[in-house]
Design a protein around this ligand. Sequence first.
Ligand SMILES: *[C@@H]1O[C@H](CO)[C@@H](O)[C@H](O)[C@H]1NC(C)=O
Ligand SMILES: *[C@@H]1O[C@H](CO)[C@@H](O)[C@H](O)[C@H]1NC(C)=O
Ligand SMILES: *[C@@H]1O[C@H](CO)[C@@H](O)[C@H](O)[C@H]1NC(C)=O
Ligand SMILES: *[C@@H]1O[C@H](CO)[C@@H](O)[C@H](O)[C@H]1NC(C)=O
Ligand SMILES: *[C@@H]1O[C@H](CO)[C@@H](O)[C@H](O)[C@H]1NC(C)=O
Length: 437
Amino acid sequence: MILLKNFIVYIIHNIFLQLLILNEVKSQKFIKPDPRNGHTSTFIHDKLYILGGVTNRNNSSPKETFLYVDFSVSFNVNKINWHNLSSKNSIVPSHHLATTLAVNNTLFLFGGININSHEIMAPAYKFDIQSNLWKIQEINGIPGKQGAISIFDESTIYLFGGSPFTYNINDLFIIKSNDLTWKNANLTNSPFPRAQYGAVLLPNKYIIYMGGYNNGSIPLDQVYLYDIRNDFWTIKQTYGSIPSARYSFSRLDGNNIIIFGGQEDDKTIVENSLYVLNVNNFNWHIPKVTGKIPSSRTSHKAALIGKHMVITFGKGYNQEIEDDLLLLDISNNNEYAWTSYFALSPITNSKSLDQTDAQPDQPDTQSMQSNATNGSDVMTGLIIGAIINGILLIVGTFFLYKWYKNKRIRNNATLPNQINNQGQEIISIPENTELHT
Ligand SMILES: *[C@@H]1O[C@H](CO)[C@@H](O)[C@H](O)[C@H]1NC(C)=O
Ligand SMILES: *[C@@H]1O[C@H](CO)[C@@H](O)[C@H](O)[C@H]1NC(C)=O
Ligand SMILES: *[C@@H]1O[C@H](CO)[C@@H](O)[C@H](O)[C@H]1NC(C)=O
Ligand SMILES: *[C@@H]1O[C@H](CO)[C@@H](O)[C@H](O)[C@H]1NC(C)=O
Ligand SMILES: *[C@@H]1O[C@H](CO)[C@@H](O)[C@H](O)[C@H]1NC(C)=O
């Protein structure tokens, strides 16, 4: 008797549990964000934040002005769990062509053009990823500008060139990140004025600047190195398969600089999109690639996340056919690979379902599915189990069990070593963007 009563309680409990979980699964919406260009992408603690930009069709603001993708879970690029943070974005005007960078837990935003007033945004903004709050940050004496790139190194921000007025400048502002006091760099041998160029911090503490737009797109047969330690510019000739003049491309750092996409003039997006510059001998080459080659893009963004170059949005592709986020696996220097799956190695996967559940202020898109390595089994199990309740409860329970078991195995696997095995600081490269008009 007691046994039967317990059994019934158990069954009822299970039904409720499943309805509850089903509800969560159902309420998980996969957002298809408006396409955009001239946005920023910033990688901070496992999350890639996408901010601003204009729609490709009519230069208005995309509905989702602030999004992130969680890189602490594996996912397929054709089913990305975009988290919509737009409602937290009440202070920053709709804008494009800004530059962002990450300082500890803070996302800094400089410049950009206000989409509604068409004015350059003068103050900086900062977003605290822990409190999810935006603040205005005044910087005195530095003009707001569009089409610049900011680089961060050891509590200093380097902000070169861009367009504060109707013309471009070539000043390099050196800004302390704690109080935003600043000075100008030595201008001898600096690049001529430009916007929408490429810039990357090299391991030897030089910043390399290349390409961009002035009164036309700027050739890549010359690149410029700024020596951070000695406040000194040098000009370098490049060799090999030099890419055509271009701007609004994206690039990555390391000993090789990879550039993707860009445009030659107002209309023409470059065809040969992928090039590599070896920064030891300044030779360009076209890398060998496998996988499905995506359309070239412009005004997109790239970030280096683990072994992937992660490209987001931009102009030049059809959102119905191609994905908003592209992954280029660059772990093998002799052959890169376009891939659609972001796989976490077991050791880097230190985020468990419990941790996710414990975060109360997560946006509405709790991603049960993407947290389960075995997502489809879980979904199938839960849905069948809940719809046909009593009868198929056992099926549901079985899948549930399997899911918990998988989860346990995963969690155990992460226990011995929680360190990011890439051993690598994951660097976000704020990008260049948008047509120059
Ligand atoms: C601009 O395009 C977006 C989609 O790209 C659309 O949602 C929006 O309604 C359009 N706005 C106008 C004013 O046409
Ligand atoms: C994202 O949030 C914004 C602001 O709350 C809203 O306007 C937009 O419709 C949301 N997008 C989706 C796809 O839910
Ligand atoms: C980042 O955080 C570390 C440790 O809390 C602190 O020492 C450092 O000053 C911070 N860096 C900046 C640029 O604020
Ligand atoms: C600026 O750099 C040049 C070399 O590129 C050097 O000759 C000059 O003295 C420097 N100027 C200042 C003010 O340090
Ligand atoms: C156009 O830009 C180039 C560099 O891109 C510069 O050398 C040249 O002086 C500029 N010409 C005009 C008319 O501004």
